[in-house]
Design a binder for this molecule. Sequence first.
Ligand code: P71
Length: 466
Amino acid sequence: MHNRSWAEPFKIKMVEHLRMTTRAERERAIAEAGFNTFLLRSEDVYIDLLTDSGTSAMSDRQWAGLMLGDEAYAGSANFYHLEAAVRQYYGYKHVIPTHQGRGAEHILSRLCISPGQYVPGNMYFTTTKHHQELAGGKFVDVVVDQAHDPDSNFPFKGNVDLDKLGRLVEEVGTSKIAYLCLATNVNMAGGQPCSLANIRDACALCRRHGIRVFHDATRAVENAYFIKLREPGYAHKSLAEILREICSHTDGCTMSAKKDCLVNIGGWLAVNDDELADAARNLVVVYEGLHTYGGLAGRDMEAMAIGIRESVEFDHMRARIGQVEYLGRRLMEAEVPIVRPIGGHGVFLNARKFLPQIPREQFPAQSLSAALYVDSGVRAMERGAVSAGRDLITGNNTFPALELVRLTIPRRVYTQAHMDVTAESVISVYENRDKVVGLEFTYEPKHLRFFQSRFRPVTGERVFTA
Ligand code: P71
């Protein structure tokens, strides 16, 4: 079986029509959107690779599950199904639903961070770091150096750098550390996994110092797939076994179920500690909803419970990551600069190499995502300096080592032919890269600026003059 090509372990039962646009329409649409792909209308998008978040196609079983929604205010049957699925597959004791991942991050940050404390993490994620900062914490990057190098082929670029973590503990002392925020399949590094050996060692280091570890489990199953393929000793374990082993080292997790769990909305906070669980259940009623629904409908929790079971099936993950690899390989063959190894949830273009003529102050990744949209109607997401935002203290722009454009693949949605068209468009923009123009801000909001910022080309009116 495994010497054959992967193919989707499903067939298509319903289709959603896409609207094709002309280049002139797209020029107008991106200008109206302030050259920010977040501000485009989805009707104007052909292939939507903005995110894999909440964009999955649900299965017929999940759709059937929606009809079993128990919309009781309290004690919905679907909550207990979700709780059982999380306990079985992730292994945490207490499960508190939230409307999505950042809802869980908010509750955890408020409960576990005191002002002035440090929160080490294996690379920042925008919403995670923002909630840590709102709670008075300071994020400290402890990911391995390879994560910041788009050309490093290291197989576990998500790993925690134990020296960096150890040094922080020594410098500031354990009482100044809120917890270790351990992300699996690190998003901002390009969808890169941690090894189980590293997870074990990082968590053991924390345990020796009495520091708790909270896991961002958003893409933990994708991480488990890479462990199975790449880490000695795991080839014969199931994804479910590997997932349980990852989680077993940590004290709890935040989850955006909109990714691995194959739903359009939802998340949860899970913890093992009884007192922390009580405090979280108490706080969730203030911000999300009662602790048996957390801002979700009963039907959403049912779809999540079913999605969790589907997400750990090997053939599902093989096809999901196989599709991402297919796109990545096509771009590598054309020598387009992408982050290597190819990640779990998308292919990340290295905008600094792609557009060396655009200075970082003119946001090459933002320009590239706008140009790609103009070329073909493919929508990507900037993951560079605009996403990184400003320094809390100096207020200056920060320029992370990675200036990337993410082509994120929704799960079970697009075909290989869509990947071909995407590759053709990226290659054609690459061939015309000297015709892409840098951008400057015309509007910059205070929080998570990448969502709503507006820009204009530094010269002329168009971002892509090919
Ligand atoms: C993604 C998203 C959604 C997103 C969020 C912020 C900016 C742009 C897009 C969300 C994540 C995530 C990780 C590792 C927590 C969240 C928040 N990712 N951790 O990649 O990837 O979850 O969106 O459900 O609130 O497009 P939430």
